[in-house]
Design a protein around this ligand. Sequence first.
Ligand code: BES
Ligand code: ZN
Length: 918
Amino acid sequence: MYTCLTLRVRNLITRNIITKSFYRINYSGSLNLTMESSKIKLSERLSSLVRPTHYNLFLRPDLKTGHFEGKVKIDITTKEEKNYINLHTKFLDITSVKVFKNDEEIEVVKYNEIKQIEQILINFDKTLDRGVYKIEIDFNGDLTQSFVGFYLSRLNNNRTMVASKFEPTYARQAFPCFDEPDFKATYDITLVKPVSYVALSNMNEISSEPEDNGKTEIVTFATSVPMSTYLACFVVCDFDFKQNEINTNGIGNNFILRSFAQKDQMHKINFAQDIGKRATEFYIKYYEVPFPLPKLDMIAIPDYVSGATEHWGLITYRETSFLVDEATASSINKINVANTVAHELAHMWFGNLVTMKWWDDLWLNEGFASYMQAKALNAIEPSWTTMDQFLTKTMHSVLVTDAKLSSHSIVQTVATPDEITAIFDSISYNKGASVLRMLEGFIGEENFRRGVSDYLKKYKYGNTVTQDLLSCLEPYFRKEYPDLDIFYIMDTWTRQMGYPLLTVEKGDDVNQYVITQKRFLLDPEAISPNDTEFKYRWFVPITYTSSNGPSKNITWFPDAKEKVHLTVEEGGNWVKINNNQVGYYRVNYPLDLWQKLIEQLKAKSAQLSISDRSHLLDDVFALAEARVVPYDIALSLSSYLRVEEDYVPWETAASIFKSLSDRLANSLSDNLNIYVQQLVKPLYEKQSWQKTKLGVIESLLRTRILALATRCQLPDAEAKVRNMFLTWLNSHDTDNIVTIETDLRDLVYYYGMKSATHQEWDKLWNIYLKEEDAQEQTKLRHALAAPRDTSILRKYLTLAWDEKNIRSQDYLNVVGYISNNPSGTALVWEDVRTRWTELVNRFTLNSRYLGNLIPSITDSFNTPLKLKEMEEFFEQYPEAGAGEASRRRALETVRNNIKWTDHNQASVLDWLNNHQQL
Ligand code: BES
Ligand code: ZN
């Protein structure tokens, strides 16, 4: 009888896949699906009254054919009476659906896959009472179609492995499930693997039984703790591992941390393993909450769409984000790996143990992990000055994005998979982290830690919204500021986009200042609609520094107040607002105050910290761009760099000069180059091109300075680079290959290739094809995009499309590299437009990387003609998928660029002309 039913239903599914025309989308985005006797209304969201409690999942991936078979049994509890059940599925071939109540089968009349909302609808001929049911579904799928969901990754020597990546909405591609973060359930997972392979999942293995004459094994894992679908993970591979014990210092039991890598890459896991151990121990102490699982694994996977994902107990990484070869990795490579490891580990508690209710509050996950990664590294590697680097790594770039009308608020309503994917963006990550840093700034470090710890304890294994985090911080906040409302204050930052510009004016008394606020927009002509509850005004914490040092207290600037007064202690004749740029806002001063700040900078005032200097640079150029201060002031402030010797301000300056140089384009940037050469020269002369042993931050400074000197064409630097490069390249023809010091490789390869011939390029291409280290490959791929000769770039673009040369995971980066080279921008723009359909087929419209490609190509466009081309392209392909917001951002950027050229170019060129000799 069972077989009969299965067959019947199977026939139905092949015939009954509902296509778009069967139903209508109403204005709220939900679907009205008319059934014979009743009207069923379905939407992207599942009913909150039908909840899974337990999954029993069996998966049999075939590493040779690239197919998998699965069976899932889901225990559910329904709290509503319905004659249907709907849950998620995508790209799966469903072969059987059965539903039981207390072991008694309930007849399934039919089941339909509703592709548009990625769901399966199971119908019954009677109404089901409230209660407990079990759904059993057999299915199979293809592992080779994408790099999300359950997929096959290709290794050397025709070997393969399988891995999974589900966040945010791809668990449904591996097994039918209730694929929303709020549906936490426990899991019993069983994987079948070849006997010589290992199978890994979130939990520890509890049994392994041979089958198929001992060729394969059935591995079962312990029942998981309650978790969201997006955190489930399955890997089958032939890797090896190293392990360490995590010392929990009595907060829970000690447990084992393992790092997995391919057998020939085992020497590359020590760095991540060491950071992993120390960061985990830091988090246990910080959160005061035991690690919730009995084991923790980390693994690098050769085909990987993003950087890393925090699957609970089994963190997966892109190789470049995990593997460090001490012989080839640069300090920057190591810092990036450390940041990624620290980020994912922060999620083990924040995100995994306590999860956002819905993706609207994604920032709770990503903003928090992005902030915690900095705190953890600051604690375990204090010499890296990670908190100063927060400005250049995290905050400055998002202050640009968020100064446009195309930005969005941190808490953002989303419904579809495209909308969900799209908010994994710099607002959720970077603004989220910056706003948390500001909150910690005014509440105090220990108060912040306690609030977070209370939150994790209170909501463990549960789901939350932003208010829940704030409610745990509130008692500590109230202690400091009994008259203020933390919910209201934070709402002004998280529930509307943008941020304020504070304008400082002199008050009536010598030491008094008057401060006003206004939304900061890079386009001075942009009209900010008053469409938020807070009218684009913010509740701003103000701190300041004067010659007497930093202020002790915070001055609050409520959104509803027109202005605030600030009285600085006697004796100082200058003031700088927003200490260490902890507040998420910018500040403008009267011209004479700017002059005084410039004097302080030039005099190397001990009162201005590294972050303060970086902040002043970043603000003044943003204000000049927005036509709030004249470029004269910004450029003259930058001249202090002749005496600057710290990394973070130079990193800030380098990105300012890069963006100016892009704006001026090739022909006009000569004077800018000469100016920057003069600034960089004093410090350049103190650096060595020889092998040196420096601390991490000194290495970053050195690489920054040498790279900037080369980029602005300082003759000595250019000559040294070309020379080192050619010696290295030519040594590949000999038995004695010269190596370039690890910290200089990216720079020497890249700028060494600027004037490359076809022959040199071919040589480098062959070196690339033979290279096995992922980080080294990235440096070479970057350098291959450097030549000024467009015909070379065209060849590269063509070769890159072939997956045998460049893995799909790296292709869009290569396209980005080529388009960033002014000789390649037009070429790429043309290619992407003609190839768009193919690109969509390969990466899908749900790829935020494909979406981000558009702004990255068009960022430097500054003519109405280019703008028109963009508009035409978007009209031709109106469906943007997850790239919708990127398109809007790109258009706004180009419109701003056009205005910038009209209004500012002349004055910048003028100033540079007059300052060729400092
Ligand atoms: N949760 C994300 C992984 C992720 C990214 C899922 C995008 C879905 C879409 C993970 O914690 C993460 O943020 N990874 C970053 C790297 C991290 C160091 C910022 C990534 O993959 O880019
Ligand atoms: Zn994250």
